[in-house]
Ligand binder design. Structure first.
Ligand SMILES: [Fe+2]
Length: 418
């Protein structure tokens, strides 16, 4: 009898535990075939191509994209071209969702298009986007450091203010740690909520941080299960690190994104990325080079030091004259150029920036290489790149300018003005 009572109690607690766990779990918002999580992704050449990705529920296994250039009339659907999406099922943690993507090619530079995604009677709204221009045009983009915490309640302010301050931004860059737990769908949902419709009309260029990684259902450590389902990034990176290593030539800039978490975790991923970095930094004809990655070459905090990045990657930054290095991870702001340690080899060509956009923050440990720093301040940045000038501006969450610098390029030499 006592055994039965104990068994009944155990059963009751187990049921309660399961019920509580279920209450806390994500319930897919898409249950009726309508698309959501619509994202514009950068492509290898944003002047003539762009990638779109979106999600539907577990019962909607195929979807399409419609695109039209002439949008002066209300009945734009009549002249739209329809493209069939590549669709993949994600069955993870008991939740089934379909993820769709299309790479749109053959676009005309500096032209506004309208697109929508869906199927049958279930469509998104029509959404405008504009292709970028040629190398002679000025590029404007937003850069965010780590998002990671209180995404819905506090990071959302920075997202909305960034668009108010920089309404003509052509891309949005993230230096990683977009969420705190890469395989937690609730946190990604918070990020979609907080960013509003920003990523539907401005292409995203994300780098992956340590928190964007996690264990798969089979216990294999790697990039979040959601990352390559929800993003459709250029497939020109390292084999096995697709979606977290890639490059893109936008206007007059070569952007190079790589995965410092896997660089730090596995020797193979370090070696492969080093070979790939050498290749993509050496072989291009762009006037400017900007690198985007998570762990900083020069840390801004005590007890954090990425020695291997400094030993292996910094020589490539110097050798191939990278102009700007955008990083995150340390939850502070700092930037420097003229006093960056160079072992007696002159002045650093590259300017280094570490930043944070979310409310998880730390105090800067001041160091000689820094020209400017800030602690406990949520920031977003606007960057403008023309033929001979790069302007970098740092804004607080209320839109006030905190810091700015300009790099002037003359005969291949970069001079900074504060
Ligand atoms: Fe991090």
């Amino acid at each position: 009898m006592i055994f039965l009572k104990k068994y009944a109690l155990f059963l009751l607690f187990s049921l309660l535990w399961i019920a509580m766990d279920c209450w806390g779990q994500y319930t897919p918002a898409v249950s009726n075939g309508y698309p959501d999580q619509i994202v514009l992704n950068i492509s290898e050449n944003l002047a003539t191509s762009i990638a779109v990705s979106w999600r539907t529920d577990g019962n909607t296994g195929s979807s399409t994209l419609q695109i039209v250039r002439d949008q002066s009339q209300f009945n734009i659907a009549d002249s739209a071209e329809t493209l069939t999406a590549r669709s993949e099922l994600l069955d993870f943690k008991g939740i089934r969702t379909w993820h769709h993507s299309v790479l749109i090619e053959g676009l005309v530079a500096q032209t506004t298009y309208a697109y929508r995604v869906g199927q049958g009677e279930k469509w998104s709204e029509w959404i405008n986007f504009k292709t970028t221009g040629g190398p002679e045009t000025t590029l404007k983009f937003i850069y965010f450091g780590d998002v990671q915490a209180n995404i819905k309640s506090l990071w959302s302010r920075i997202a909305k203010q960034s668009i108010r301050t920089l309404p003509d931004a052509q891309m949005v860059l993230y230096a990683g740690d977009i969420v705190n737990r890469g395989n937690n769908l609730n946190e990604w949902e918070d990020w979609y909520y907080a960013s509003g419709n920003m990523h539907q009309s401005i292409p995203i260029m994300p780098a992956a941080g340590n928190h964007d990684h996690g264990d798969s259902d089979t216990g294999v450590y790697g990039i979040s299960e959601y990352w390559n389902k929800q993003f459709e990034l250029p497939k020109n990176g390292v084999m096995g690190l697709e979606g977290t290593t890639y490059y893109a030539d936008v206007q007059n800039v070569r952007f190079v994104v790589f995965n410092t978490e896997m660089f730090n975790t596995y020797e193979k991923d370090k070696d492969n990325q080093m070979r790939w970095l050498e290749e993509v930094l050496a072989n291009h004809k762009q006037r400017w080079v900007i690198m985007l990655f998570h762990h900083p070459v020069f840390s801004t905090k005590k007890n954090r030091d990425n020695v291997e990045l400094r030993k292996l990657v910094k020589p490539l930054i110097d050798k191939y004259k990278v102009d700007l290095v955008l990083q995150g991870h340390d939850h502070t702001y700092a930037r420097g150029k003229e006093r960056v340690p160079m072992d007696g080899k002159g002045e650093s060509h590259a300017a280094y920036v570490v930043s944070v956009s979310g409310p998880k923050m730390s105090e800067v440990q001041e160091a000689d290489w820094m020209d400017c720093s800030a602690s406990f301040t949520q920031l977003f940045h606007g960057v403008e790149v023309s033929q001979d000038k790069l302007t970098f501006s740092s804004y607080k969450v209320n839109g006030d300018l905190l810091d700015a610098f300009t790099i002037l390029k003359t005969n291949g030499i970069n001079n900074i003005k504060h």
